[in-house]
Write a protein that binds this ligand. Structure first.
Ligand code: GTP
Length: 597
């Protein structure tokens, strides 16, 4: 395949506008997967993706399609050239926009999918600009036109007014019924430029993604920018200088399909004996070891918005957790990991995430894909403290500089009141307020990051009956009146539970944290006091009275098998308990604390 016969494109959309369904249909249309293959959302491979119905990881699939050069479908199939199309399915949620921008680096064009009922939403705006800034050809696709309330003309007008996309360029589809799908691939071939690389230059390939396979080791997804790669070639990494021999090379069609060679413009996989993320660096340039090349620009480093401590639920599992995190970060390079120790929880890790959903998904993947039991601590955002001098830990000025974001919120105009109330409760400052059309309001707010990482999106959804969409980008630090809120169990401060809050909210948050803990901690053989305090001042307090009798002995004293079963069950349950001082705290308690804002 010469680059002229290759198209690399991505599908971008607001969450739930139908891009995974559209991807499925295109894979079926080209015979890449069988129709009715019994596995909806082929590219959503992870268990968390299927359970939550969202795409978390970008996935790539290669398809072949016969078509005329001008993009028209042909009647004379034999004479028409075959095109090689690489489709990269990307996540829609804000937390995964890092995955989106990485995928776009391997593409020359994108299908911008917009729901014909909902119209342009916040992530449509964010994803459009990601693609636009990467100079991609953008094909607007108005999907779900089968729905009775679909209004494609309104969506066309929105696309024109917001992005200057011509109504005549919009494709109208239903990924559900198949209506209009036949125009999609010809438009891709006609309107998206072929990859620009040079076939006769020395090999340069961009490492797009990687994951760990039990049998093969690290599998890397790569885009060949210049030159070609063959099985058996010796390659080097521009980042680490290490050299490898390529043991296997091929395309995702849609499963790993060995081809022995990858040519300029192709996207595929390689297996080369890399063993960890330290070697397989996303954004790295790989080249033949006999040539030195100018490295490719790579990717912007991920900006971590939320940090949380991850600790093994059972202290002795530290090594197992270390191993699981190593393996998983191989497939999610956007997480930062440093070791830390907590006096309450022992040895663990401080991890940086792109957002709260990202943190949640990482946690779930650790448990599901790597069998790790973890406790995560209250998320924090990266504050900047003003110290009186470099060496002292005394805060000279009680003001702490806190990070803020610029948020875009789009929602039906009847919800203006509740949205403004929510944003001001969250200490937001309104920057822009306009109407996209007669029914949709558009607002921009500056909000403290801390206020949105905890449950902001859910609340926004609930006050707008699910209709608001939300996206954010990071902004400046602002001076703020914040205090450190400590949680004490039997008088002992638990470092893993302390949090930083705005002074005006400290009382309420302290009360909620104490109430939650009281609800989730079981009675034990002794009395437990739970306190929330700012410095030495206690602002909320609860007590859990001591258990009076040995319940187990009383109920099950006679029945040995039942007792055994119960003890087994308890042992299983204990795995998920953490002992702090002398108090056993269940894993859910930590989880519940994350939800207090
Ligand atoms: P994420 O992967 O979470 O980002 O979502 P997505 O954009 O990939 O959306 P997905 O393909 O999962 O579709 C969301 C829902 O819309 C699913 O229930 C689909 O069955 C449905 N859907 C997709 N396309 C159409 C369509 O053309 N018409 C109708 N009526 N429903 C559709």
């Amino acid at each position: 395949y010469s680059p002229e016969r290759i198209r690399n494109f991505s599908i971008i959309a607001h969450v739930d506008h139908g891009k995974s369904t559209l991807a499925d249909r295109l894979l079926e249309l080209t015979g890449t997967i069988k129709r009715g293959h019994g596995q909806p959302q082929y590219l959503d491979k992870l268990q968390v993706e299927r359970e939550r119905g969202i795409t978390v990881k970008a996935q790539t699939a290669t398809m072949f399609h016969k078509c005329n050069h001008n993009g028209s479908n042909t009647n004379d199939v034999d004479k028409a050239p075959t095109f090689l199309l690489n489709l990269i399915d990307t996540p829609g949620h804000v937390d995964f926009s890092y995955e989106v921008s990485r995928s776009l680096a391997a593409c020359q064009g994108a299908l911008l999918v917009v729901d014909a009922v909902q119209g342009v939403q916040a992530q449509t705006v964010a994803n459009f600009y990601l693609a636009f800034e990467s100079n991609l050809a953008i094909i607007p696709v108005i999907n779900k036109i089968d729905q009775p309330t679909a209004d494609p003309d309104r969506v066309k007008a929105q696309l024109k007014s917001m992005f200057d996309l011509e109504p005549s360029e919009c494709l109208l589809t239903s990924a559900k019924t198949g209506l209009g799908l036949e125009q999609v691939l010809p438009s891709v071939i006609d309107r998206i430029p072929h990859p620009p690389g040079n076939t006769s230059s020395p090999l340069r390939m961009l490492l797009l993604d990687s994951y760990y396979d039990e049998y093969k080791g690290v599998i890397c997804h790569v885009a060949i920018v210049d030159g070609m790669l063959c099985k058996g070639d010796k390659i080097s990494s521009a980042a680490t200088g290490y050299t490898y021999e390529v043991a296997d090379v091929g395309i995702m069609h849609p499963e790993l399909t060995p081809t022995g060679v990858l040519l300029t413009g192709q996207v595929g996989y390689i297996v080369s004996g890399m063993r960890s993320t330290k070697e397989a660096r996303v954004g790295d340039t790989l080249h033949h070891n006999r040539f030195s090349v100018e490295p490719l620009p790579g990717f912007k480093p991920a900006r971590h918005m939320v940090f949380s401590g991850l600790y093994p639920a059972d202290g002795s599992d530290f090594e197992a957790l270390n191993h699981a995190i190593e393996r998983l970060t191989c497939n999610d390079a956007s997480v930062s990991v440093t070791k830390e120790s907590s006096s309450a929880l022992g040895l663990g890790f401080r991890c940086g995430f792109l957002g709260l959903l990202h943190m949640d998904v990482f946690h779930q993947r650790l448990e599901q894909e790597h069998g790790a039991h973890v406790i995560s601590t209250v998320p924090t955002v990266p504050y900047i403290f003003e110290y009186s001098d470099g060496s002292k830990v005394q805060v000279q000025n009680p003001a702490i500089w806190e990070p803020t974001v610029l948020a875009t919120i789009i929602f039906p105009s009847e919800y203006v009141g509740p949205v403004i109330t929510l944003c001001s409760e969250r200490r937001g400052q309104q920057l822009e307020y306009s109407f996209m059309d007669s029914q949709r309001a558009f607002m921009k707010y500056r909000l403290p990051l801390r206020e949105i990482v905890v449950d902001f999106y859910n609340e926004l959804k609930s006050i707008t009956s699910g209709y608001a969409s939300f996206d954010y980008e990071d902004s400046d630090y602002q001076e703020s009146d914040l205090v450190k809120l400590d949680i004490l169990l039997n008088g002992q401060a638990v470092d893993a539970m302390s949090t930083i809050v705005h002074k005006l909210k400290a009382q309420r948050v302290g009360r909620e944290l104490v109430d939650k803990l009281k609800k989730f901690i079981d009675r034990q053989m002794f009395e437990i006091t739970i306190q929330a305090a700012i410095g030495t001042k206690v602002i909320a307090r609860e007590t859990i009275s001591a258990m009076r009798k040995n319940v187990l002995a009383k109920c099950y004293g006679g029945d040995v098998t039942r007792k055994k079963k119960l003890l087994e069950k308890q042992k299983e349950g204990k795995k998920r308990m953490k002992r702090i001082g002398s108090v056993d705290i269940p894993q859910e308690a930590f989880h519940e604390l994350l939800k207090v804002s």
